[in-house]
Design a protein around this ligand. Structure first.
Ligand SMILES: Nc1ncnc2c1ncn2[C@@H]1O[C@H](COP(=O)(O)OP(=O)(O)OP(=O)(O)O)[C@@H](O)[C@H]1O
Length: 264
């Protein structure tokens, strides 16, 4: 579904993504992880066609560079980490923008487009906010509106840059469950960046760990999220726990542990 061949991104003389290659089957979920500044967002932007890159990006076997912007928007939907929103639009009108690649040029939205938007708003718990201008939303509500626009686009490949930033644990979970449903029921392929390693392990079936723009590790969550790998690349102290339900939990640890009540 998504193939990267030696993709590199540079800003001026500085390479921030260095020769990343991968092959992602349709219906899988890849979480790109790594410390701050590792190149995660830049890699997503390269796949979205938003920054110049070396190497090749193929979606469904077709080089992305060879698609028209309309074809590209039907194939790939991208949610940036810090989107700039047209603040005066209502939530519904903003999410309707996601339908643009499906409309004939200059045509107005059809009943079917409104139905898609209503469904997405309902799934993201945004129906009661449908008529509100974007500028009146809270941070978490804005984040969900951005996701709603991306989902309304109904592209086969979803690129989500830190989709749970600013969301409380319940809304984060609901959003990731929804994305996962799109993946399992409709065959969408997902590439997301996620700082929360525990959530990455729960939702993604593959992880790509970037450090200094290079692939430091790749594979299943259990293969990548070892204590040694996380500690080395994040310069952190962690413990990797395995719950009875089979979840991997990455938790920070303190050494030496400071006893509670001994904080003088
Ligand atoms: N437009 C730009 N011009 C110059 N340098 C940039 C630009 N965008 C990003 N960078 C630099 O490229 C490097 C990688 O940035 P990127 O945003 O891809 O990292 P990231 O892994 O997503 O980081 P974070 O976890 O902090 O969001 C950083 O050092 C950043 O300062």
């Amino acid at each position: 579904m998504l193939e990267l061949r030696a993709v590199s991104v540079r800003y001026g003389p500085r390479a921030v993504v260095r020769s990343v290659s991968l092959d992602l089957p349709a219906g899988s979920w890849l979480a790109v992880i790594g410390p701050n500044g590792a190149g995660k967002s830049s890699l997503l932007k390269a796949v979205a066609g938003l920054v110049a890159h070396d190497g090749e990006v193929l979606v469904g076997g077709r080089p992305l560079g060879g698609l028209t912007s309309r074809e590209r928007a039907r194939a790939v939907a991208y949610a940036p980490q810090t989107p700039e929103l047209p603040d005066r639009l209502t939530v519904t009108d903003y999410v309707l923008l996601g339908r643009t690649p499906h409309l004939p040029p200059l045509a107005r939205e059809r009943r079917s487009d409104l139905v898609v938007v209503e469904q997405v708003l309902s799934r993201l718990d945004l129906s009661t906010l449908a008529d509100r201008p974007l500028r009146t939303l809270s941070g978490g509500e804005r984040q969900r509106a951005v996701l709603a626009r991306v989902l309304a686009q109904q592209a086969g490949l979803l690129l989500l840059d830190e989709p749970t930033t600013g969301l409380d644990i319940g809304h984060a979970q609901a959003l990731l469950e929804l994305v996962d449903r799109l993946r399992t029921e409709e065959g969408a392929t997902v590439v997301s960046t996620l700082h929360d390693l525990t959530l990455s392990a729960q939702y993604a079936d593959r992880l790509l760990l970037l450090d200094g723009g290079r692939v430091a590790a790749a594979g299943s969550p259990a293969e990548v999220l070892t204590r040694e790998t996380v500690e080395r690349h994040y310069e952190a102290r962690v413990e990797v726990l395995h719950t009875a339900a089979g979840n991997v939990v990455i938790t920070p640890t303190r050494h030496p542990a400071t006893p509670a009540g001994d904080l003088r």
